[in-house]
Design a binder for this molecule. Structure first.
Ligand code: BG6
Ligand code: MG
Length: 222
């Protein structure tokens, strides 16, 4: 049976994926490098610095910045982002998430937050759901970002759970790849083209029904 559920944060628990997009867009416009929603899909789940590098690699000619300048730009984006998340409240939980967390808790199944965001603790606190998580993986201590499985494997280890009996929930392609590389069952929130490896796919968080996820997991592991 399922031992643990590991959650991505941005775009799964709350719509901060949109705020990350807006903050990057503002920075990209200032730098006069191309950036749009379509390109943004490829950034979802990636660390702050990996995202910045991808944006710059996409520009022609590709700007070459010193390490100090890169870190200043990443900080600037984070300041824009922090401004956008200041007002987050429990009303910003995505549909179905509170129910899902309750259903999981009622069954005695463990939960972890596996977010690449260094702002995760702040966001989870503002949303009022910190107490639902048995473990929150510290993104600052992760060496290899998604699509590497490290963050999901770390979450499972902290919960003392076997990855083969863990579920990961993600809205990003890099995240789904990370879950699969960790040997877990991957639940994707989004469209099929961004979620090719997902074991179970829903269009939106309102469709994240624990019993349906469990049935799909059991069917796959029969
Ligand atoms: C992920 C987001 O959860 O966190 C990415 O999907 C973001 O878009 C990454 O870049 C890092 O977030 P932060 O808050 O540390 O810049
Ligand atoms: Mg996400």
């Amino acid at each position: 049976h399922i031992q643990a559920v590991l959650f991505d944060l941005d775009g799964v628990i709350t719509d901060t994926a949109e705020y990350h997009y807006l903050a990057w867009k503002k920075l990209a416009d200032e730098l006069q490098v191309p950036f749009d929603r379509h390109f943004n899909e490829a950034l979802k789940g990636l660390s702050r610095m990996d995202s910045l590098k991808k944006i710059l690699e996409n520009a022609r000619p590709e700007p070459s910045f010193s390490k100090e300048k890169l870190s200043e730009l990443a900080d600037r984006k984070n300041e824009y982002y922090k401004e956008l998340i200041r007002q987050i409240s429990p009303a910003d939980l995505l549909p179905g998430i509170h129910n899902l967390l309750e259903d999981i808790k009622e069954r005695g199944i463990k939960t972890a937050l596996a977010s690449a965001s260094k702002n995760a603790m702040f966001v989870i606190d503002r949303l009022g759901v910190a107490s639902f998580f048995d473990e929150i993986v510290d993104a600052a201590r992760i060496q290899h970002g998604k699509p590497d499985p490290e963050i999901f494997l770390t979450g499972a280890r902290k919960l003392d759970a076997d990855p083969a009996f863990c579920i990961g929930i993600e809205d990003a392609e890099a995240g789904i790849q990370a879950i699969k590389a960790a040997g877990m069952f991957a639940v994707g929130v989004g469209t099929p083209e961004n979620m090719k490896q997902a074991d179970f796919l829903v269009e939106g968080t309102q469709d994240l029904d624990f019993e349906k996820i469990e049935s799909a997991f059991l069917l796959k592991n029969k």
